[in-house]
Design a protein around this ligand. Structure first.
Ligand code: WAQ
Ligand code: MG
Length: 266
């Protein structure tokens, strides 16, 4: 699969509101099946049927391909989303994000970070010290793209996640996305919870922490979700960072540890 590689990206919207998106890498033999699976996913999404569906297939330059290892994963059980957000705050501060910057990200994520109060298509970029929002377009945000697992790593990951009852597409895709985000230059941490109303878990990821799942980061039924990428300025060149996240193809050939769940303690 590493010889000739294609990036497949999907995004679906209705009435200008983001419904779903996905980004994968595959060999030429896998394009048709993967494209069909992503179209099906867009059409069957719990947020409803889209009126616009974009599918992009692009050849990836083999010399640009990077390989990497996924972050370690662990789960912290929290009793409700308030405790989950308090835990996320503490983890982000541990990772080097200022308390102000945590608030500057969590407030908009909870209220709907896009201009109309809906979910963004991509992530907010947030200055880890000042909390300033740095993305050029607050509806689109920054999308991490062109990343996936090698077939061998995917099989091993699914096997290990299954032992913890976690082998679902949300976890797999978020772990791969966080893996690429953590490999980006100048990236301090990521905060995420889903915009799918039925999926209440979320995570904080950082180089020193790995991928830390929190079982509840929002109330059930809530459609507002999103991501914030916290960056260290002024060392970090924003253009370089965004180019890495959006353009550089990255294949995870090694997986990290998959830890057992534990209760959150302050
Ligand atoms: N790049 C940047 N931001 C993105 C991307 C991307 N490729 N894809 C989605 N987002 C943003 C966007 O604002 C979405 O509204 C938001 O994230 C949520 O996306 O361990 O399912 O695909 O149990 O709904 C996390 C917990 C699941 C997984 C996250 O996100 C676990 C999830 P969703
Ligand atoms: Mg979603």
């Amino acid at each position: 699969m590493t010889k000739e590689l294609y990036s497949i990206r999907m995004r679906a919207a209705r009435g200008g509101q983001h419904i779903s998106g996905a980004e994968r890498l595959t060999g030429p033999e896998g394009i048709e099946e993967l494209a069909a699976a992503l179209v099906r996913r867009a059409l069957e999404h719990e947020k409803g049927r889209p009126d616009t569906l974009h599918l992009a297939v692009d050849a990836v330059a083999p010399e640009a391909l990077r390989t990497g290892r996924l972050p370690d994963l662990r789960t912290l059980r929290v009793t409700d989303f308030r405790q989950g957000r308090a835990a996320a705050r503490q983890l982000l501060i541990e990772a080097g994000v200022s308390p102000e910057a945590v608030s500057c990200a969590m407030g908009p994520l909870a209220a709907g970070a896009a201009t109309g109060g809906g979910s963004m298509r991509g992530a907010m970029l947030v200055d880890a010290a000042s909390g300033e929002r740095l993305e050029a377009d607050s509806d689109r945000g920054v999308r991490a793209s062109r990343m996936d697992l090698s077939p061998e790593a995917e099989a091993e990951l699914r096997h290990r996640l299954a032992r913890q009852g976690l082998d679902n597409p949300h976890v797999r895709e978020a772990l791969v996305l966080a893996g690429k985000v953590l490999a980006a230059p100048g990236l301090v941490a990521e905060l995420c919870w889903s915009d799918d109303p039925g999926y209440v878990a979320g995570y904080v990821a950082a180089p020193q922490l790995g991928y830390v799942r929190l079982t509840r980061l929002k109330p059930a039924g809530e459609e507002r979700g999103g991501r914030a990428f916290f960056v260290r300025r002024p060392e970090c060149d924003l253009q370089q960072l965004i180019a890495f996240l959006e353009e550089v193809p990255m294949l995870f050939t090694e997986i990290g540890q998959i830890g057992a769940a534990a209760d959150w303690r302050e």
